[in-house]
Design a protein around this ligand. Sequence first.
Ligand code: BEZ
Length: 214
Amino acid sequence: MNLRLGDTAPDFTQDSTEGKINFYEWAGDSWVVLFSHPKDFTPVCTTELGEVSRLKLQFQQRNVKVIGLSVDPLDDHRRWAEDIAETQGYALNFPLLADADRHVSDLYGMIHPNASDTTTVRSVFVIDPNKKVRLTITYPASTGRNFEELLRVIDSIQLTEQYKVATPVNWHQGEDVIIVPSVTDEEAKDRFPEGWTTVKPYLRVVHQPGSSVH
Ligand code: BEZ
C-alpha cells in the first residue's frame, strides 16, 4: 500500500506492549504519530525509542499519541524495553506494536523490499483526528530520525488548521509565519487585526498567531 497525504489511515487490530490495540479506538480524537523501526536490539533504534519516550510530554501538549512498530515479537519488545530504560535514561512510555505477521507493516507500506524484505524501514505517519494522513517520512535504517523536527512539523500543521497560516523555510515556534494564499486581504483584516507585511501580494508575513514571542 502506498499511502499518500490526505488518504485515510487504515484501521487495524494488533498486539502491543500495552495489550491488543484497535487503532481507531486507541487513537480516539487525538492526533497520532505511527512510526516503525527496523529491529529490536539494534543501536540506532534504541536511541530513537529512548528519545521518543523523553519527548512524551511534548507530544501530549499537542494532543498527539505516539505508537511504535516493528515486526519483532512481543517477547523481544519487552526484553528490549529493559535495555532502552537502562541505556537511554527513559523507559518506554508508549505502546509498541508487535507486527510479527506484518499486518500493519503491509497496510502502511513500511517494508521496502529493495532495502530489506525482512524488516521495516524508518517510516513515520502523522494522522489527524479525522484519520487522514497529514505527513509521511521515510528514513533509511542507518539514520536516526530527528523527533524535534517531527514536533516542528506537527506545530506547523496544527497552526495551519487553527489560523490559516503556513510556515516558511526553517521556521521555529514564535517566528513570523505566512498568510495562506486562499485567505483574501479582506478576510485577513478580520483574522489578523494587528496587521501584516505584504512583501509580494502572494507573500504576506504576519506574527505567529497565539504566540507570546514577537
Ligand atoms: C540500528 O538501529 O542501529 C540499525 C537497525 C537496522 C539496520 C541498521 C542499523
